[in-house]
Design a protein around this ligand. Structure first.
Ligand code: 5GP
Ligand code: MN
Length: 343
C-alpha cells in the first residue's frame, strides 16, 4: 500500500477544479527537464482522457532526448515565433503549475499567467511554494513531480485511469529526477509506483535507452573534452568545477540538453560532495548547475551566490557576468561554505 502523502482535502480541491473547468493549460518551468516534461504530458493526457481541452505550454524548448514522449509533439513553446502559447494562456480556465514553486520560474511567460484570472493549481516537490497559487499540492519528500501526478491520477480516478502513455511519461520523470534511481530514491513507495507503471505495459529498459543512450558523436566528444581539460578538483573543499564558454559550446555544436549530466559526473570522483557547472549560454549570461551529496545543501549556495534555488542536492541559477567573474563567485562560495563542505 502507498503511504498517503496527499490529503483527502487536496484531492478534493484538485477534483473540484477539474470538474468545474473546461480549458486547461499545464505549465512547467523554464529549461524544462525530464520531470517537468514527463509530469506535464502525463497530466495533460489524463485531462484529455476526461474529455477536457488541455495543452502543455512550456516557456522554452525541452532537450531533444525527450521528444519521443507521447504528446510531446503538441507542446506549445512560449518563446517560439508564431506560437499560440499566449492564446492558450489567455483562454485557460485553469492552470496546472508543475515542477516549480514560484511563477517567476516561468521566465517570459510569467506575466501572462500572473495576469490571468484563471485558477492556479500547484503540483510540485520543491521547498517553500510561493503564495501565488489557489490550490497547492506541494511535497518536497516526493522524488519528482511525476510521482505526485501519479498519485493525483490514481487518487482521483483509480489506477485503472492510468494509460500506458501516461505511465511512460510518469516513469520518465521519476527516472530523470533521481538519476535513474541513484539519488533521492530510497522511499519504498517509489518502487510500488514503478510496479504499477510496469503493469501498464511500459518498457523501462527501453525508456532508459531512449533518454540516456541518445548522445550524438559531438556530445561524446564534448564529454571527453570536459573530463580531460575542463574538470577541476578542489580537494581542500571536496568540490569540483566545470566551465564551458560560449565558444567551446559552439566548437562542439552543443545542442540543448547536450550538457545535461556533466555536473553529476563530477560527483563520481572520490571525496567530492559538491559540483558546480558554469555554462556560458551567451556572452555575459552564465547558466549555473549545482549538485551535492549527503547533507550539503547546494540550494543554499544557489540562493546566496547564483540568484537561484532548487533542491538540497540539485539546484541552479544564473548570472549576468563574464566567466571569470562567475568563477570568482564559485571560489567565494567555497570559502564561505568550507566548514559545511569539509566537516
Ligand atoms: P539543472 O541544473 O538541471 O538546470 O537544475 C536542477 C534543479 O535546480 C532544477 O530542477 C530546479 O529545481 C533548480 N533550478 C535550476 N535553475 C534554477 C533557477 O534559476 N532558480 C531556481 N529557483 N531553481 C533553479
Ligand atoms: Mn522535478
Amino acid at each position: 500500500m502507498l503511504e498517503n502523502i496527499i490529503y483527502r482535502e487536496q484531492f478534493d480541491a484538485v477534483r473540484n477544479v477539474i470538474e468545474k473547468c473546461r480549458n486547461f493549460v499545464v505549465l512547467a518551468h523554464k529549461n524544462p527537464d525530464g520531470d517537468a516534461v514527463g509530469s506535464s504530458l502525463a497530466l495533460c493526457l489524463y485531462l484529455r482522457s476526461l474529455g477536457k481541452n488541455a495543452r502543455v505550454v512550456l516557456p522554452n524548448r525541452f532537450p531533444e532526448f525527450l521528444s519521443w514522449l507521447p504528446l510531446a509533439g503538441e507542446t506549445l513553446f512560449y518563446d517560439a515565433p508564431g506560437s499560440s502559447a499566449a492564446d492558450a494562456i489567455e483562454n485557460a480556465d485553469a492552470f496546472f503549475c508543475l515542477d516549480f514553486n514560484s511563477l517567476s520560474r516561468l521566465g517570459d511567460a510569467c506575466s501572462a499567467v500572473a495576469a490571468s484570472p484563471a485558477t492556479r493549481v500547484l503540483v510540485d516537490h520543491h521547498l517553500s511554494p510561493s503564495d501565488e497559487f489557489d490550490t497547492v499540492v506541494s511535497f518536497p519528500e516526493a522524488c519528482s513531480t511525476s510521482e505526485l501526478v501519479f498519485r493525483i491520477i490514481a487518487g482521483i480516478s483509480g489506477s485503472d485511469a492510468l494509460s500506458n502513455e501516461m505511465a511512460q511519461c510518469i516513469y520518465t520523470g521519476m527516472m530523470t529526477d533521481t538519476g535513474a534511481f541513484a539519488y533521492a530514491s530510497t522511499r519504498k513507495d517509489i518502487y510500488l509506483i514503478i510496479a504499477e507503471l510496469l503493469s501498464k505495459g511500459i518498457d523501462k529498459d527501453l525508456i532508459y535507452r531512449k533518454v540516456f543512450y541518445n548522445y550524438s558523436l559531438s556530445r561524446m566528444r564534448l564529454s571527453g573534452y570536459v573530463l580531460y581539460e575542463k574538470l577541476k578538483l578542489y580537494s581542500k573543499y571536496n568540490a569540483a568545477l566545470i566551465t564551458l564558454s560560449h565558444d567551446e559550446l559552439q566548437r562542439f555544436y552543443a545542442q540543448k540538453g547536450d550538457t545535461e549530466g556533466l555536473v553529476n559526473q563530477a560527483l563520481q570522483m572520490k571525496g567530492v560532495r559538491f559540483s558546480c557547472f558554469l555554462r556560458e549560454e551567451h556572452p555575459g549570461k552564465i547558466n549555473v548547475s549545482l549538485r551535492s551529496v549527503d547533507d550539503f545543501p547546494c540550494n543554499a549556495v544557489a540562493e546566496k551566490y547564483f540568484n537561484g534555488g532548487g533542491h538540497k542536492n540539485a539546484s541552479g541559477g544564473e548570472l549576468q557576468c563574464t566567466m571569470s567573474m562567475a568563477v570568482n563567485k564559485f571560489m567565494a562560495a567555497l570559502q564561505d561554505f568550507k566548514k559545511e563542505l569539509t566537516e
